[in-house]
Design a protein around this ligand. Structure first.
Ligand code: ADP
Length: 669
């Protein structure tokens, strides 16, 4: 089947042909046969690089009205925006920031690219463009099982289906163990295939050899230099190919890249110069030095500009090797001849745990560039004693099934409040009815979520909010009702919902917390802290920054042992500015020091300290600063709205919040 045979205007056919897309891939033919151009719901569970974007474009271009393309990460939104914006005559909008805006002007676009949080927020705020949608494409829909983000995605899809019952849903997924269950939930036709445009050989590397599953064994002696370096050099020097190496930490990525500098792969000088010119920290200088040798590292600490340069230079073959943390495997299009998974375990905060099969397969999927490589090859590095286990787990086994993470207090607290506040439910029964339309409920009905011995292992059991307990892993026997009841009790106790018999309504505070898109626990702690702040002798930027950093919606910067004294001193010295009682501290003091350090960092950012100094003083990288600043801006906005709900006079505090936020917005990080 050719692109010219599709029900598309000539200008689109010409556009695709100009990009070398003339004949459809078999995966795309299957999607067309499943009705993707006729408004049918389709779930495409197909490997990386098998042409999912065109499937999405066919759905969006043939839809009767506006389309929404949901991405899991902000970083992916701009890549997709650029791709769709290149379509002739198509107007594209992007919604990723400012959680509490309705963005009515998005209604003017043919295609809107948004994160699931943004769509959720738009629905909470009654954005009318959502109801006008004809087509919704959900990229990386297998992330339904991600903590935090997954529950938001499934509840958002359930709400979208309520608001627009006839909407065409198209899910794009990696190959997962239970694609059929996701398709059934969406009422979609399943297109599942292992077809790839370039053949992929997979295997393990151990005992000085790549041992592929097709039986081929290729010797690559590791020697003194170690497996990853030997494998990278082998493919770059021996085959003029490129190599992606996945490791489990930022430091690991930088260290390996620096050892590869000794190999020196020829590279055009301008990549290194470009990176040198953006290098504002020691890490940036290291990156530029590596790039001069044809090597780069890639992790979340880099500034987005640095990441873009590295990805572009690798795609253009100017760089030969990227050593990356797993973030690069998620959706960024950087194929290489060889993929090496050096670390198949990672630190989860308390112990080393194995990477999921799905994650490793997504890394594998980056191997093989269409038209450039005869085939891709991907190996996991294993010790001699674990070869069989590693082969069985990552090479021979299927990826694990996707399992809903909705059954947790953390997820349900925010979604129960929002469904009441935005009019989806006005009673306990109505809440359960809405939740009955989620993937969680579907899976439970089908037995898919409870068929394994670890069916409920992933339920969020963390409790870091001052004594309020999360749902424990209790084997899932009680269904979701009991968690909903716990959540209703909590929301009632903090004055966000009011119950009258079976009926439930949101209070003005609950309504606001839902709309400003913060966790109700954050909302409640901010209200309490604001009450204390109203009595402080000095309200400064530090006051309001500490207030937002001391919430569970703010990821904090870790205080190293050798810094604890210094941060603690700052707490004593500046106690008049802090809403927390430093002299008689109630709670986890060590964890609070992390919040205070984050607040001190943001204070310096707002006063214009440059990233080099921030990096030296706080041990943070540009990517970290960027994320902290974005979070703080959003939480300050939410906090300012919440000042209206505190009886005390907070006009002075609100003014400091506005000033601090404006200062943060003004800095270029
Ligand atoms: P996925 O999203 O499945 O990882 P993409 O949609 O990004 O994959 O496609 C990978 C590459 O294949 C892109 O460069 C795209 O232009 C190219 N491609 C997609 N479909 C075709 C086709 N039918 N013929 C030739 N190239 C194609």
């Amino acid at each position: 089947m050719d692109v010219a045979d599709l029900p598309l205007d000539d200008e689109f056919v010409a556009h695709f042909e100009s990009q070398g897309v003339e004949e459809l891939y078999p995966t795309q033919v299957a999607a067309v046969e499943a009705g993707v151009c006729n408004g049918e719901r389709v779930l495409a569970a197909i490997p990386t690089a098998s042409g999912k974007t065109l499937v999405a474009e066919l759905a969006m271009l043939t839809a009767d009205g506006p389309a929404l393309y949901v991405v899991p990460l902000r970083a992916l939104a701009s890549e997709k925006f650029d791709e769709f914006d290149a379509l002739p005559g198509v107007s594209v909008g992007m919604a990723t920031g400012d959680f509490d805006a309705t963005d009515e002007d998005l209604a003017e676009h043919d295609v809107v690219v948004a994160t699931s949080e943004k769509v959720d927020s738009a629905i909470r705020n009654g954005a009318s463009w959502v109801e006008a949608l004809s087509c919704v494409v959900v990229d990386e829909i297998h992330l339904l099982d991600a903590e935090g983000r997954g529950p938001t995605l499934e509840v958002t899809i359930a709400k979208l289906r309520r608001l627009t019952p006839d909407v065409q849903l198209v899910g794009l997924s990696a190959t997962v163990g239970n694609a059929r269950a996701i398709a059934d939930w969406l009422d979609a036709e399943l297109v599942a295939s292992d077809w790839r445009p370039v053949d992929l050989k997979t295997g393990v590397y151990a005992d000085d050899a790549m041992q592929f599953s097709d039986g081929e064994v290729r010797r690559v002696p590791a020697g003194e230099q170690g497996a990853a370096r030997a494998l990278a050099s082998d493919v770059v020097e021996g085959e003029d190919g490129q190599c992606l190496v996945f490791v489990n930490s930022r430091r690991g990525a930088q260290d390996l890249a620096l050892t590869l500098v000794d190999e020196f792969y020829a590279t055009p000088a301008d990549v290194a110069e470009e990176l040198q010119s953006t290098a504002r920290t020691a890490t940036g200088v290291e990156l530029a030095r590596c790039a001069a040798h044809g090597v780069a590292f890639h992790h979340a600490g880099l500034a987005s500009e640095q990441r873009r340069v590295v990805e572009r230079a690798f795609r253009d073959r100017e760089l030969k090797v990227i050593v990356a943390t797993p973030t690069l495997a998620a959706g960024v299009n950087v194929p290489a001849r060889r993929v090496v998974v050096r670390d198949h375990e990672r630190w989860n905060g308390s112990e080393m745990e194995p990477l999921s099969v799905l994650e490793v397969h997504q890394m594998f999927g980056r191997a093989g560039r269409p038209h450039l490589d005869p085939y891709g090859e991907a190996v996991v590095v294993a010790e001699s004693h674990e070869v069989d286990d590693v082969r069985e787990r990552y090479v021979e086994a299927e990826p694990e099934p996707v399992r809903s993470k909705l059954r947790s207090q953390r997820a349900l607290r925010t979604h129960v409040l929002a469904s009441v506040a935005s009019g989806f439910a006005d009673s306990r029964a109505a809440i359960l009815e809405l939740l009955d339309e989620t993937f969680y409920a579907h899976q439970r009905r089908e037995g898919g979520g409870v068929d394994g011995e670890d069916a409920n292992d992933d339920v969020d059991a963390t409790s870091d909010d001052g004594g309020e307990e999360e749902t424990a892993d209790d084997g899932d026997d009680g269904g979701i009702d009991d968690v909903v009841d716990e959540v209703l009790t909590y929301l009632d106790a903090v004055g966000m919902l009011a119950r009258d018999g079976q009926s439930v309504r949101a209070t003005p505070l609950g309504d606001l917390v839902s709309r400003v898109y913060v966790d109700p626990v954050t909302g409640a702690s901010v209200v309490e802290a604001l009450e204390r702040a109203s009595t402080l002798p000095h309200v400064t930027a530090l006051t309001v920054l500490e207030l937002v950093c001391d919430t569970r919606d703010m990821p904090t910067v870790y205080v190293r042992d050798d810094e604890a004294g210094q941060v603690s001193d700052a707490a004593m010295r500046r106690r008049d500015e802090l809403a927390r009682d430093v002299m008689d501290f109630d709670g986890d003091y060590q964890a609070w020091l992390d919040s205070l350090k984050t607040a001190l960092l943001l204070e310096d950012v707002s006063e214009g300290m440059d990233v080099e100094q921030l990096s030296e003083q706080y041990g943070v990288e540009p990517g970290d600063v960027r994320r902290s600043v974005e979070r703080a801006e959003w939480l300050l906005t939410a906090t300012e709205s919440l000042t209206e709900h505190v009886d005390a006079d907070l006009s002075a505090v609100a003014a400091v919040i506005r000033e601090t936020r404006d200062d943060l917005v003004a800095v270029d990080v």
